[in-house]
Design a protein around this ligand. Structure first.
Ligand code: PRP
Ligand code: ORO
Length: 235
């Protein structure tokens, strides 16, 4: 399987897990206070062993593509917690796998687009940090826990985006701590305006080379609903 085929297979497997375990119909109140007749409880999937592995691999692929200089991934507790850990762990496994292969084939451990056997450069470790909803009033009193490095490029993640308010809080706290947001990833966009709010917030952040900071939702709520229906019909 090529890396692209593997990425697509991981995407499909993760979508099916979300559609099976996380999609619920009923009466729900959302974080924003809005009412909804459905809820996507992503934590069930991101805390599922295989769901966490797949989410980590997919987020790592997206970070390598859209924010290759990123040193860390972080987000607002607690929707982001399993995603942050899964992504940082996936990066450590990727590096350890690279080192194992490079030890066996040291002549391939280089970057050369003309050499089909070239392993490329070793993948970066992506560390993790979590943003508290409120600063701790004891201990270290920190708002951000884990990785913290002034001017480091980091990627913000969230499991669900409805109004985008939670993701924007994480972006603001991360910037207030002195780090640079290089991209924003979200597992499921509910298509209720959050995308626009996040993109507007990102557009206001000055970047060194005037490029736009990307917001990348992996799935939409419509994808999840369609997969839920398809899986139900196939049973
Ligand atoms: O786009 P928004 O309108 O901000 O809504 C999305 C947020 O809602 C959920 O978190 P919740 O506030 O339920 O808290 P939890 O993650 O601590 O459970 C979810 O994990 C997102 O972070
Ligand atoms: O907006 C929210 O609070 C929300 C919606 C949803 O589908 N899932 C979730 O975890 N939070």
């Amino acid at each position: 399987m090529t890396p692209t085929e593997q990425h697509q297979a991981n995407r499909k497997a993760l979508l099916d897990l979300i559609a099976t375990h996380s999609f619920k119909l009923g009466d729900f109140t959302l974080a924003s206070g809005q009412k909804s007749d459905y809820y996507i409880d992503c934590r069930i999937t991101t805390l599922h062993a295989e769901g966490g592995r797949l989410a980590g691999l997919l987020f790592l692929d997206l970070i390598q593509k859209h924010a290759p200089e990123a040193e860390a991934v972080g987000g607002l507790t607690m929707g982001a917690d399993p995603l942050v850990t899964a992504t940082s762990t996936a990066s450590a496994w990727a590096l350890s796998e690279y080192k194992e292969i490079a030890a066996i084939f040291p002549e391939d451990a280089h970057e050369d687009p003309n050499d089909p056997d070239a392993l490329g450069l070793p993948p970066n470790l992506i560390h993790g940090f979590l943003v508290r909803k409120a600063e701790k009033t004891h201990g270290t009193g920190r708002r951000l826990e884990g990785f913290l490095k002034p001017d480091a490029q980091v990627v913000i993640v969230d499991d669900v985006c409805t109004t985008g308010g939670s993701t924007i809080l994480a972006i603001e706290a991360t910037r207030a701590a002195g780090m640079k947001v290089a991209a924003v990833l979200c597992l499921v966009d509910r298509e209720q305006g959050g995308r626009l709010h996040i993109e507007q917030a990102l557009a206001e952040i000055p970047t060194d080379d005037d490029t736009e900071i990307p917001f990348i939702p992996v799935f939409t709520a419509s994808d999840v609903r369609a997969a839920h229906i398809a899986l139900k019909e196939s049973r």
